[in-house]
Every structure is written in C-alpha cells, then in structure tokens.
Ligand binder design. Sequence first.
Ligand code: NDP
Ligand code: MG
Length: 394
Amino acid sequence: MKPTWISVLGATGSIGVSTLDVIARHSERYKVFALTGHSRMRELAEQCLAHQPRYAVVADQAQAQALQARLSAAGSLTDVLHGAESLAWVAAHEQVDAVMAAIVGAAGLQPTMAAAHAGKKVLLANKEALVMAGALLMDAVKTSGARLLPIDSEHNAIFQCMPGRYPDGLQQVGVRRILLTASGGPFREFSRKELEGVSPEQACAHPNWSMGQKISVDSASMMNKGLELIEACWLFDARPSQVEIVVHPQSVVHSLVDYADGSVLAQMGNPDMRTPIAHALAWPERIDSGVSPLDLLSVARLDFEAPDPERFPCLRLARQAAEEGGTACAILNAANEVAVEAFLARRIGFTSIPVIIEHTLSRQACEPVRDLEHVLQADRLARQHAANWLALKD
Ligand code: NDP
Ligand code: MG
C-alpha cells in the first residue's frame, strides 16, 4: 500500500502532538512530509528527529538557522524553512496527500486555503479558518476536488452520523436538526459575579479536555461553541436555526443528528482527540487510535441541559454573526482573538471578553465577502477596533 504523505501544520500544539501520536502507531501507512511550529522550538526539534520530515517550517530566519544547525548536527536530512509563504508551500506541495490544519487562530487561514486550493485531503482542526472565510474555503474545496474532514470532535461526530449524501441538502436526506454538544467548560456552574474574578489558570483548566490556551479560554466563555455553530453551518450547509446547542457535562456524546422520522444518531467515545484524528486520517477505513474503549458502566450517566445565554453572552454574539453572514464572523473571530489574548495577559477580566466583541461588532459594518484579501482586511480592522477599546480602558 502506498503511504500517505502528510504535512502537520501546528505540529507542536495539542492537536499536532496527538496527530503525531496516531501517525507513529501506523508508520508504514503515514509518512510525515512537513512539520511546522511557531515558538516551541525544542519540541519541534524533537519531533523532527523522531519523524524525519522532509521539511520543517518555523516563523523566522533566526529560528530556522538555529533549528537547521541542531538537526544537521544530529544527522537529520530535514530542510528548515521559515515564514508564511513556506507554510502555504508545504500545505500545497505536490508530494503531499493530506494536511492536518492545526495552527490556532487566524494565522492558520492562508495555509489551510492553500491546501484546499491544491485539492488535498484537509483535516480541519483550525476552526477559525472556516469561521473567517467559510464561503471561500468551501468554494476552494469544491472547485479543486479537495476533501474536507472535520477534526473538531463535535463536527467529526456529526460527520459520522450524517448519511453519505448530506451534501445534497439536509432536508433532502431527512435531517431535521444538528445537536451540537458542549461540555459547558470549567465555569458551567459559576454565577455572573463569580465569573468576574476568574483567572487565566482557572479558564485553562478544562474539566474533560486537555487543549491549547486559546481554545481553552474559548471553551470557558462558550465562544468555542459559538465558533463551532458557525463551523457546523459551513461544513453541513445548515442554517444557524438548524443547529441547537446542548450542554452535556460528561463530554461522552460528541454530537447528534436528529432525523425526520424521530431517530437521533449520536457518536460517543472517551474525550480524546486521537479518535477524530484517527477517523479523519483513515477515512473511510478505521484504524487504532490508542484511545481506550469507552466504559459505559463507569460513565454511568449522561446529563443534558440548556446553555445559559445570560452568563455566556458569546453564544448569542456568535449566533447573531452566523445569521448576519458576510464579514461578521471574521469580525467576531478577530475581536475574540484580541480579547482572549488580553485576558491571558491579565489586561482584562473574563467578563470583558464579550464586551470587547460586542463593541467591535457595533463599530464595524458587515459586508458580503468578496475575496480573501477582503476577509483579511475585515480581520485587521476588527483587531484595530478591539485594540482601541483596550487602549481606552488602560
Ligand atoms: P495549541 O495552542 O496547542 O497549538 C497551536 C499550534 O499553532 C502550535 O503548533 C503553535 O506553534 C502554532 N501557532 C501558533 N501561532 C502561530 C502562528 N502565528 N503561525 C504559525 N503557527 C502558529 O492549539 P490546539 O492544538 O489546542 O488547537 C489548534 C487548533 O485546533 C485551534 O484552531 C483549535 O480551535 C482547534 N481544536 C483544538 C482542539 C483540542 O483539543 N486542542 C479540539 C478541537 C479543535 P508553537 O506551539 O510552536 O508556538
Ligand atoms: Mg470541539
């Protein structure tokens, strides 16, 4: 069997590390073409020595020289490249079959677009790319014949519960609703008053999942579920009103699809990202992911409750942006990225995150998306509005 050559964008992150864990279990089947990192150079060097990619990509020239020297001294043949163009290059290279898009935030948009335009199998973890430029990304996938497979556990679950013909339209295949589950995050039971005083450490201590800092804060504010609502609309061609959010604190049911005949299909499993990663890597086959079997008796019970839009206003803001369409979601995403960074840097309190996003959305007119440059322009302007809010507050 011919091996599948993979570029792992964001290899040093939580998803990147889980991806390499799955790949290492099937080293005959998957070969690493490129690994990319941004700040964790020691980890990237170790990954390169273990997986011997053809290329590594880092942020700047100084990092590239240091990593190249280290790898060459160890006898490695990996070539180290740097910069945004190199990220796109290893995503679109003709020898690459599949791209794991696992850079966090807007920085992942351009390389993910490059992989889609080049017709790759795109394993999409970088939900922000779809939130910012869903129309363009879905269009690039269609035009080039790329295959987009969701890594986000909820979307991967929905994909597994959908009939193969779902691109014909949800109504045509008898789907009534998508039920998107949310753990509720570490602050599910906190009062509004308690939310005002929470720290970045508390926000990053997710009860069920171990993830990067940005998505951990998004989970705590429930903006993650808002971004996932937008993501689901693009992936499954659903209207926002067809996607219902259900809080499910155990994170065992990863999402559900509700059919016209009353059947509801769910995908379940232990909360470990290696399951959706292995599913998407091998699809339509199934391979071992290293995840232990689900023990229903120790799970014992599954709870479901409605989300609280009063304590978690990010949900409302994301749903509004999803309904508005155009550049609204790029504006929402950019303002959220600025706000999360400010919260992690202790410049603002947790409850200021939705305030900054709402302020930014009110300052910037939403327009129909023309092209990628237009999306990037909306992103830049939104960051400016959000930064102005921060400057006024200081
Ligand atoms: P991490 O913060 O753990 O990793 C992010 C990766 O992106 C790292 O490799 C990081 O490099 C790299 N990176 C950061 N900034 C830049 C930049 N400006 N340019 C290039 N590379 C950059 O995040 P996660 O792995 O948790 O998440 C990755 C994506 O997957 C996110 O979009 C997230 O929403 C999504 N996702 C994650 C899940 C999870 O369980 N973790 C679940 C579902 C979706 P370095 O570390 O070297 O600085
Ligand atoms: Mg998710």
